[in-house]
Design a protein around this ligand. Structure first.
Ligand SMILES: Cc1cc2nc3c(=O)[nH]c(=O)nc-3n(C[C@H](O)[C@H](O)[C@H](O)COP(=O)(O)OP(=O)(O)OC[C@H]3O[C@@H](n4cnc5c(N)ncnc54)[C@H](O)[C@@H]3O)c2cc1C
Length: 395
């Protein structure tokens, strides 16, 4: 009997798309799977806002080695820099040269400050555990040093990430002010958005419901406000200065520079043009946030792209017809402070505690997408294990 030749499948990026594809393809013995990621962990972005506001860092980070466990996946911790299409190799920052028969690229996006002066230097972010911890430490540090809250706690960008953070921050600040025994001070949490309404990509009724909720829990909404510059203690917004040393930028991302550097065909937004099988070029697949697909930019999309590409690579092996992508609108679930979330599921819109319960269920399902139920359950429960409330205090 003729044995199938072993195919070398290289996957770059240990995020939603990359890890899902690696887990799926590792079930097939005639594939040799290599997963390359520049970080040792998988980042669960949807919980980073909570890690930044008193939650455990375990909520938003899982070691890749623990996710792949005893699967036949070779894990390499390096950053991929270049691609040789003729030799079918990729090169890493450490000089490793890795050959592939098929390549899946899922590198995610990077922060974009749109050239606004000062943001790169002075603003905070919540795109990684390190950034979330840096923000949390800053919140405590300034309270300890100044013995009063900052003039303004500013979040730029009223998309889902900005809303999650603003909602939770208003609760967390009240909590930690008490911890540091600071009384009788007003807290200003400002959410700034350049568009005329918050959540510009969602139905207007959802923007309205979320806006009312945020106002009720003490968040100031500044829509139609453009940020022009930041310096060490202030932000310029619509030409006026706002005093603040706590500015969090959630308003912009752009595609990984790898694709421009390696001359991929990009659309006007800088995303990689792919066909209905997520092939950018022969045997090179681009998925998740990198692909110019209809619902690119969400974890659910990255997972479903990975599933489609993996299934097609397996089908190709047995000579079956390939399946085309049918874009499915992801369910949007946006928490806005404790026990409240907005859900947009097709034409169904849910706002309030039921939305919060759906968000909890969505997190559990997302963890289970990558792990067995018992591990997913344990990961989900880390939400209730608060880290030291003050990362720089003795108690
Ligand atoms: C704060 C925040 C909250 C979010 N909340 C939600 C939500 O609630 N629901 C939702 O659906 N989506 C949410 N998203 C979006 C979602 O996280 C992304 O759409 C999803 O992560 C995309 O998956 P991906 O595999 O394309 O990229 P990622 O998950 O970003 O993974 C990319 C991986 O590639 C690695 N990498 C990058 N460059 C290289 C390189 N050169 N070499 C090797 N490795 C590299 C990165 O370190 C990372 O591990 C959120 C995003 C953020 C930032």
């Amino acid at each position: 009997m003729q044995q199938n030749k072993i195919q070398k499948i290289v996957i770059v990026g240990g995020g939603f798309g990359g890890i899902k594809a690696a887990l799926m393809l590792s079930k097939i013995s005639s594939f040799e799977i290599t997963l390359i990621s520049d970080k040792p962990d998988f980042r669960y972005y949807p919980r980073l806002y909570h890690t930044a506001t008193g939650g455990s860092s375990k909520e938003s980070s899982i070691l890749l080695s623990s996710l792949i466990e005893d699967r036949p996946i070779k894990l390499i911790n390096s950053s991929v820099k270049s691609l040789d299409r003729v030799k079918k190799t990729i090169k890493t920052d450490k000089g490793e040269l890795i050959h592939f028969d098929k390549l899946i690229l899922a590198l995610g996006v990077v922060t974009n400050y749109f050239g606004i002066p000062g943001l790169d230097e002075y603003s905070y972010g919540i795109k990684s555990n390190e950034q979330a911890t840096r923000l949390k430490t800053h919140l405590h540090q300034t309270l300890i040093e100044d013995k009063k809250p900052d003039h303004h706690y500013v979040i730029i960008g009223a998309g889902p990430t900005g809303i999650e953070l603003a909602g939770q921050l208003s609760f967390y600040l009240r909590d930690i002010l008490k911890k540091h025994k600071i009384k009788n001070h007003k807290i200003n949490v400002d959410l700034i958005e350049a568009a005329p309404r918050l959540l510009p990509a969602m139905p207007p009724s959802t923007s309205m419901a979320v806006g009312k909720r945020l106002i009720r829990i003490g968040v100031n909404l500044l829509v139609d406000h453009a940020v022009q510059a930041e310096n060490i203690d202030s932000l310029t917004v619509n030409g006026k200065k706002l005093q603040s040393r706590t500015v969090v930028w959630t308003a912009g991302v752009t595609n990984s520079p790898f694709f421009k550097d390696n001359k991929f065909n990009l659309n006007e937004k800088g995303k990689v043009v792919v066909d209905e099988y997520f092939q950018a070029e022969d045997n090179i697949y681009v998925i998740g946030d990198n692909a110019a697909s209809k619902y690119s930019g969400m974890a659910q999309t990255a997972l479903s792209n990975a599933l489609l590409v993996s299934n097609n690579i397996i089908r190709e092996l047995s000579g079956k017809t390939l399946i085309k992508d049918v874009p499915k609108k992801p369910i949007a679930v946006i928490p806005a402070g404790k026990n409240w979330a907005a859900v947009v599921w097709g034409t169904v819109k849910i706002h309030g505690y039921l939305g919060w319960l759906l968000r909890e269920a969505a997190d559990l399902i997302a963890f289970h997408d990558l792990q067995p139920w018992w591990k997913a359950g344990a990961q989900w429960a880390t939400e209730f294990q608060e880290d030291h409330k003050c990362p720089i205090c003795d108690n």
